[in-house]
Each structure stands twice: as structure tokens, then as C-alpha cells.
Design a protein around this ligand. Structure first.
Ligand SMILES: [Zn+2]
Length: 319
């Protein structure tokens, strides 16, 4: 996948976040509560946590349960929430040439394209109060209203601050640890998947009761597969996005782009992740769907658009 190198674009929703020098405050309040009682969402979620919204909270709950003084343990990670200056944030602009060369700019480009796609798609879904999420790019760790973001957890969406957190190094891990083929569109798929969770939040889906139920046809799997389908639906229209001067942002996707994206979806299927971890495949602990399901729903969105993403109404066998 290639950006048109002369395109220029800027998403005000994407910011780089870095620790300020000397900024290490003390622990503070943890946000994102209300997602508790999820302890068993667990280590599997953490390993496979491409976007487990809840995963961060779960890890914190586990640590809490183990008696780890969380704030102290992570050293100031929550301090940015309380408004001090532990982190500096930078809005940035990119050209297509830069997006072809760097992950940060690729995510910026994905965001610009998603910003153009979702207002229309949300209307198609009957969502009338749609607004964009923020995206924070960081390396190492940073704070969110749902707890600490780190590359051990993977990209995730935090409903409490309507923000997506992405450690850009995660994309290397997707290849090295999960066996994905890599590739720029695969990275943008991950962004689009998290954006899908934001749409679910705006639509009131995330706050419904069962979105954390584990199991092969549970609410968690249905939530994740819908986010994959939403990502696919965006891919279907992504290349219509334009830059600041109305120029096309992206060239048409190639077969290899699509294959790389499928490879990413397969790499983060629950069955594959359990196997990678040396565990026996246990459908009762599924939270994101199998490799095959993730591929199926990604392609369904890609071929049929957002209104086909009805993971909550199909029967177990159709999931
Ligand atoms: Zn997800």
C-alpha cells in the first residue's frame, strides 16, 4: 500500500506523546472503572490484546488484587491525568512520502482517512452523535483514563477518554511475536479496528452489559469481530480519502496489501494466540474470535460495507 507521495495531510486528532524530562510524578487516581469484575479476562487478553479495551484495566485489577501498589509500581504513569506535565504532546503534519517511510505518519494518514469515512458510515448505521476519537502515539508506556498503556498490552481504545493508544513498536511485535506478515495496510487495519471500538462506544454498544463475556460466541468475541468488520468496511472506501488540497491520499490497494492485512487478522486470532503461548486451544476463553472468524468478518466489511457488520444479531453458527 502506498501513499501518494505529494499528498499533504494533518489530523488534529493524532498526537505524539513523550515523557517530559524529569517528569515522574506520584501515582494518582485510576480512571476507567466500571469495567471491573473482569479479572479472568486475564493474561490471554494481555497477550492477544490488540485492542482489548478492557485489557489495561484488567491488568491493573490483577496487580491490584496481588497487592501491587500500582501507582508507585509504574512510577507516575497517572500523573498526566491529573494535569501535570509528565508528558509533552505534539500535533504533527505529514506528506505522503513521509507516510510511506514512517509509522507515525502512516497512522496520521489512517486517521485522516477514517475521519472522512466515519461520519458518513455512522449515519448509515443510524448513529447521530458521532465524533472522532483521539489517537496517542507513544513508546514504552503512557497513561490513559483506563490505566497504563504499554507495548506489552498492545493498542487499545479507552472509552473513558475516547482515545486510542498505540505504541508504534507494537507493529514490530505483531511480526516478530505473532507471526504476522507486516505491511503498512496491516498497521492501518489495527488503527481502524480500534477506531471501530470508538464507534461502538458512541453507539452505546460497549456500555451494554455483555461485551466482556468470554467464550466462542460471547459478547467479547462479537464486539471484537464487529470492530474487525468495521475496519474492513473502512478499507473498502479508504482510497477515496483526500489530502489538504483535495488530492488522493492513497493509491489503490494491491493484492499483497490485502493479504498482509489478512495475515495480521489471523495472527491475532484467539486460537493462534493460545497456540503461540503453548496453550491448548480453549474456546471458553476466547475474547477476540478465531483467526478464521477475524478474517471472515474483516473481509465481510471489506466486501459489503458497515451495515453488514451485524455480529450481535447473527446466530452462534453464523458468527
Ligand atoms: Zn479490539
Amino acid at each position: 500500500m502506498t501513499f501518494n507521495k505529494d499528498s499533504r495531510f494533518d489530523s488534529s486528532n493524532v498526537r505524539r506523546r513523550r515523557p517530559s524530562s524529569g517528569g515522574s510524578g506520584s501515582g494518582g487516581n485510576r480512571g476507567g472503572s466500571g469495567l471491573g469484575i473482569l479479572a479472568l479476562f486475564s493474561l490471554l487478553g494481555r497477550r492477544g490484546g490488540i485492542g482489548g479495551i478492557i485489557v489495561v484495566v484488567v491488568v491493573l485489577f490483577i496487580l491490584n488484587a496481588l497487592g501491587v501498589p500500582i501507582g508507585q509500581f509504574f512510577g507516575g504513569m497517572f500523573s498526566a491525568m491529573s494535569g501535570d506535565s509528565s508528558y509533552s504532546e505534539e500535533d504533527f503534519q505529514c506528506t505522503g512520502a513521509e507516510a510511506n517511510a514512517s509509522t507515525d505518519c502512516r497512522i496520521e494518514g489512517a486517521s485522516v482517512s477514517l475521519e472522512q469515512f466515519w461520519p458518513v458510515a455512522a449515519e448509515e448505521l443510524g448513529i447521530d452523535d458521532y465524533s472522532h476519537p483521539s489517537i496517542y502515539l507513544y513508546t514504552g508506556q503512557t497513561s490513559s483514563a483506563c490505566g497504563t498503556a504499554s507495548n506489552a498490552i498492545g493498542p487499545f481504545y479507552c472509552p473513558a477518554d475516547a482515545s486510542i493508544y498505540i505504541d508504534v513498536e507494537f507493529f514490530d511485535m505483531l511480526v516478530s511475536d505473532y507471526g504476522a506478515a507486516g505491511g503498512p495496510l496491516a498497521e492501518m487495519y489495527v488503527v481502524a479496528h480500534e477506531w471501530g471500538h470508538h464507534v461502538q462506544q458512541v453507539a452505546g454498544i460497549l456500555s451494554s452489559a455483555n461485551t466482556q463475556d468470554e467464550g466462542p460466541s460471547g459478547g467479547a468475541v462479537r464486539t471484537e469481530l464487529q470492530a474487525d468488520c468495521f475496519a474492513g468496511a473502512w478499507m473498502r472506501d479508504a482510497t477515496t480519502a483526500v489530502g489538504e488540497g483535495g488530492e488522493p491520499l492513497l493509491q489503490e490497494f494491491t493484492r499483497s496489501d490485502i493479504e498482509q492485512t489478512i495475515s495480521a487478522a489471523q495472527a491475532i486470532g484467539d486460537d493462534h494466540i493460545q497456540e503461540q503461548a503453548g496453550m491448548e486451544v480453549d474456546p471458553e476463553r476466547f475474547t477476540h474470535g478465531t483467526s478464521e472468524q477475524r478474517t471472515t468478518w474483516l473481509l465481510r466489511g471489506y466486501e459489503q460495507g458497515v451495515t453488514s457488520c451485524n455480529t450481535f444479531t447473527v446466530s452462534d453458527s453464523e458468527l
